[in-house]
Design a protein. Sequence first.
Length: 676
Amino acid sequence: MTVPNRLAQATSPYLLQHAGNPVDWYEWGEEALARARAEDRPILLSIGYSACHWCHVMAHESFENPATAELMNRHFVNIKVDREERPDLDEIYMAATVAMNQGQGGWPMTVFLAPDQRPFFAGTYYPPEDRFGRPGFPALLRRIAELWNTDRTRLLEQGERLVEYLQMVARPQPGPAIGETELRQVLDQYNRAFDTLWGGFGRAPKFPPSASLMLLLRLGRRFADPWSGAMVRRTLEAMAAGGIYDQIGGGFCRYSTDERWLVPHFEKMLYDNALLARAYLEGWQATGTADWRRIAVEVLDYVLREMTDPAGGFWSATDADSEGEEGKFFVWTPEEVVAELPPQDAELACAWWDITSEGNWEGKNIPNLPQPLEAFAASRGLEAAAVRERLDRAREVLYRARARRVPPGLDDKVLAGWNGLMISALAEGYRALRDRRYLEAATRAAEFVIGNLTAPGGRLHRSWRRGTTRGAGVLEDYAWLGNGLLDLYEAGGAWHWFEAAERLASIVRTGFAAPGGGFFATSDGHEALVVRFREGSDGATPSANAEAARLLARLGYHRGDAAMLDEAAGALAAWAGALRQAPRAFASSLLVADFLLDGPVELALVGQATDPGTEALWAALGQRFIPRRIVAHGMAGTAGPPLLEGKSPVGGAASLYVCRNFSCEAPITDPARIAL
């Protein structure tokens, strides 16, 4: 039977991957929900994303199978959702999935709903027949359909209990203000969970702990605790040496399946690379470790080279799979290296990147670094600098050779919030490294997002792809983009980016504010869902509630606005009870608490942008680790925040004013005198 191709007009690459399925897929919306109500059918909701390996597996095994599709079409209204376009739906139904599966969740997510959106059964990947301790998907479909017809009351009662649970999960867990006690508590948790051999926290699989590393850098400084820095150092070293890092092309994969960061799931996400670029930049600023500066540069350059839309925004992700095989694009054999390089360089490259005839993964090799450069060079009686030069040339040759392979799939949609994270990383890259390419790319992306994803009235769209916008912006879009625009201003960008950040913060305060403090995930104008969700903990990305608090805290200090500072503190306090039970899950909130606890150092750099003295002060500041700061720049009398008022160049020379609570030390004109 021919089914309508309702996904043919979708903008999401993930949905388009399913457009040719024999399943009668709908996008989430009133058309599908109305059909479910009218025909009294349950909804089969499938949520995934384009770079998800197991999503591809289930699609091939089940959604492309005509017999399985016929079962789906006969008994259910089938809805396919891209979790990246609809994080609001993903948060709600993932909470239900975790509740029904002993704390386990993931993608693809498979949820069965009543026509009124209440979930009554949920899981993740299902094989085509009974396997891995899971029921086969066709058998599950038949069982759910049978229960809907014969024991619907029990399903609906289960759905009602799940909705009550979701409402409970979405309620805040308030407590007293967060302070040093909680910061010490999380430090103790990190100490106990740290993997002293391979870095990171806990067992495999291991996800890059970007927020935790940035928090530990701050805790090490606050408490004069050298072990905090040691945990950061080992983790940054191990990740940069592992296969989770693309040693040939730059950029980090989503996570490692093993404890030593060797074998990743090979998808690359924009948000991971934005967050890790900042973590490596801060690690370099705090320690001076040149390798971490190099990794940050390689990550930023990878994004500019491979993840940037010609219009200026940043794409979302690349797949793990190419030619139907996970990781095929990224792995090597010695013969493939020998075919591209002169014999001596090929032998050096294979030894350096651990490329052997035996292989380190399924008979092939994931490039990784078994030893540091200095030890590797010394073992061969060579100078490290000369070896680095040869390896850099070899890397360029292998990168060009790899580019001739069939590449992984690209998800080329542009998401407002994820672009905010990347704008932040590039702005900080420029502030720290003074490479103007990064400022230009961040500015161009900001212009693109504001120009293309802003609706009349100033509210944001969630996504853009090839000229079409989709969906209402959610809290993370406003919070991450707002912080990105503020970072762009603080790195030397134009004043109007500060003003744009203020406009987004205003919408957060009026459209997302929740009773008792903190913020809902969706705005007051969002479509009605089964629950208006809110969350305080981090997930794969920083908590939107915490990032909204950070935006208000930064602007509050810039403006001297006590109300904004109170709202920022209130957003953290709304989840303080939960934070005290599991502080590591609230690393982003604790970053904001650390910022609020003492307040920032206020840096006002006054001078003409074209003055070499101004650039010298910028460069000196950029090399320093100054975690709790706000920055104003420009000339007195021009548009800018209150921190610039009354400040002028000393004797006509560019000057840096270091202040707290708008009380300033003597201005500095000599970069060598900066001590922060």
